[in-house]
Ligand binder design. Sequence first.
Ligand SMILES: C[S@@+](CC[C@H](N)C(=O)[O-])C[C@H]1O[C@@H](n2cnc3c(N)ncnc32)[C@H](O)[C@@H]1O
Length: 245
Amino acid sequence: MSRPLSRPVDENLFTGPIGAEYRMLELICPNAALLARRVAERVAGWREGEALEAVEIGCGSGVSTLPLLAFRDDLRLTAVDSAAKMLDQARAHLSGYVEAGRVRFVEADALSCLRALPEASLDVITSNYAIHNFLDDYRQETLAAAFRALKPGGLFVNGDRYAMDDRAAHLSATQAEARLWFQKFGAIGRYDLLEDWIAHLFSDESPEHIMYLTPALERLSALGFADVRVEYREGVDTLATAVKP
Ligand SMILES: C[S@@+](CC[C@H](N)C(=O)[O-])C[C@H]1O[C@@H](n2cnc3c(N)ncnc32)[C@H](O)[C@@H]1O
């Protein structure tokens, strides 16, 4: 099938083929699922015995939603994503949890969703591999809205791709990553998807999107978060947490 040379720009790159075959992420980034588990473990151990009201930002196909629900019975979760294709997959994968009333999937952009919530209404806000996709200004506003929506004592947990502060090291790691993608997608003859993931990588690495670790943590502190911590980091894959005082 011939492919158009250019597509209309959609800021959310998960509305296209990448979203439709999202399980392919496991192939090129197994750490995304590992981080999803770590996010959920962090939430599972948070104020045990208390029922928690939580929002997940960018739940995607539910890969990161499932462990959140499975590891903690008393979590009431609203899982938000702006891509209908991803939410369809999540609703199908987690239909049991939907029917049991444990999770509500909402099609919305993260910022609008958080802004629509009453101030200080959430115990926990989580995200996995979503916030790095945001435009920098939008990300800043979303984090400010997250701070506003959390109750005092509320927890923010983000498993994500935080770029290395050392620009040369980051470039070298990204080049190695791109080479690996060529090997992995080449081995299964999926150059069509490789094309989309490479286009996605260009977006992630662009100056308007890239989320360098130290400035990102400093921003959380500047917004008022306390206990800003990196609890895990391998390459760019990072578990960052913060608490609203
Ligand atoms: C890499 S996927 C991660 C999905 C899931 N959390 C996981 O760990 O597999 C990023 C998700 O963020 C969603 N997303 C991107 N921009 C968004 C926005 N502004 N608001 C809400 N969701 C957004 C995309 O649609 C996509 O499903």
